[in-house]
Design a protein around this ligand. Structure first.
Ligand code: MEV
Length: 433
């Protein structure tokens, strides 16, 4: 059977599934049943999800968990997290509890500027282009008004447009570098619409005012937002730091700071360290319907801003006070996109008290900091596998199709024994003998 098809998107959902089942699953009725099993029985709700993307065949579930007891700037939050990794929500909850008793998290938004660029080429002189840009700048701003007026009414809009000469990097390459304030919207559609209008004005004015040839290459927002920054921190007296009898508070602080320093200087460790931070961040980003790819791209670029990939968190002891903090770029929205469309996103935002984009930036940064604290705490004391494998135990049991009774017995057994895949298998086999 041919594995290519034309007009796939025009088929009905059932016909798409039939084609897939015939082509890739040997006409297996169980593959078909599985795809259909995940359809929602509420037809309207299913239709909503079908229409988020093209060629939807079914739904792909992720658990939506909650990490309660997050004290942030004096307010208590239960943070929704959508993620598949077993230990993430448990770790966040533990860190929340630990810091709840030590004054909680403090967070503040430092800046909220977004960026977009019109990339173009010009084969004349930069001086001529520069004079031309100064002349048409008011027109650029004026002609975008139909798009920007609503955002301006709410207090946002276009902050500035700069002409950048990039011809030292690439022959004839220039940019309009535009900065925006998009308030509670992530702003991608607003920014891209403005940029496309700037490009139109630029092109049409260039035609009759410039001697050389100006070509628009593309107009698109930048996901790198180094001026859209949030900072979150925790601090406490060093003596309050450890609740583990196997390590003194002072030793804990020293080891913890050393672990952070390693991630500040050693890229192999920094990537894993930051991945742990993103465990917390992505889970909240997903739960609140934000774009985790944009956040990932931006955060990792920011981690490399010195020219070397480094830790996003930092720690110090000053006057016997331990301080641990994160500073990251986060371009988030609490209006637009999926926020009012996906019922669970709506629910997640409601659980957070329908935050502004700035408040969500604080909550997300705290989730990242908490996750990193939990990971480092395990790494420098028990090691990561103890907690990780305890949480993974249920996945192994489910893989082995354990009954409720088997699960109960095996979980009880591993309360005091080390979980490994083979140990769980042999325990189940023992029960089944
Ligand atoms: C696992 O998902 C995340 C960790 O590797 C993070 C870290 O090493 O800091 C535990």
């Amino acid at each position: 059977m041919a594995k290519t098809i034309t007009g796939f998107s025009k088929l009905s959902k059932s016909d798409k599934i039939d084609w897939l089942v015939q082509t890739y699953f040997g006409d297996s009725q169980s593959a078909k049943a599985l795809m259909k099993q995940y359809w929602n029985s509420d037809k309207k709700l299913q239709m909503l999800h079908d229409e988020f993307i093209e060629n939807t065949i079914t739904n792909y579930y992720l658990p939506l968990g909650v990490a309660p007891n997050f004290l942030i700037n004096g307010n208590v939050y239960a943070i929704p997290m959508a993620i598949e990794e077993s230990s993430v929500v448990a770790a966040a909850s533990k860190a929340a509890k630990f810091w709840f008793d030590r004054g909680g998290f403090k967070a503040k938004v430092i800046s909220t500027e977004k960026i977009g660029q019109v990339h173009f080429t010009y084969d004349g002189s930069f001086e001529e282009l520069s004079t031309f840009f100064k002349t048409i700048k008011p027109m650029l701003l004026n002609e975008v008004k139909p798009i920007s007026k609503n955002m301006e009414k709410r207090g946002g809009g276009i902050l500035d447009i700069l002409l950048c000469n990039k011809s030292d990097l690439l022959d004839n390459y220039y940019q309009l570098h535009v900065t925006f304030e998009t308030l509670d919207a992530m702003g991608a559609n607003f920014i891209n619409s403005c940029l496309e209008q700037f490009a139109k004005t630029l092109k049409s004015e260039a035609k009759h005012s410039l001697d050389g040839n100006l070509d628009i290459i593309m107009s698109i927002l930048s996901n790198y937002v180094p001026n859209c920054i949030v900072k979150a921190e925790v601090s406490c007296a060093v003596e309050d730091l450890s609740d583990n009898p196997n390590i003194s508070a002072k030793q804990f602080a020293e080891k913890f700071i050393q672990a952070v320093r390693i991630a500040e200087v050693e890229p192999y460790r920094a990537v894993t360290h930051n991945k742990g931070i993103m465990n917390g961040i992505d889970a909240v980003i997903m739960a609140t319907g934000n774009d985790f790819r944009a956040v990932e791209a931006s955060v990792h670029a920011y981690a490399s801003k010195s020219g070397k990939y480094r830790s996003l968190t930092h720690a110090e002891v000053n006057n016997d006070t331990f301080k641990f903090w994160i500073e990251i770029p986060l371009a988030l929205g609490t209006v637009g996109g999926l926020t009012k469309l996906h019922p669970l996103v709506k629910l997640a935002l409601e659980m957070l008290g329908n935050p502004s984009a700035k408040d969500l930036m604080k909550i997300v940064a705290v989730a990242g900091l908490a996750q990193n604290f939990a990971a480092l705490r395990s790494l420098i004391t028990t090691g990561i596998q103890e907690g990780h494998m305890k949480m993974h135990l249920m996945n192994i049991l489910n893989q082995m199709e354990a009954t409720a009774e088997e699960k109960e017995k095996v979980v009880a057994h591993f309360k005091n024994n080390t979980v490994t895949h083979s140990a769980v298998v042999s325990e189940i086999e023992k029960l089944r003998r």
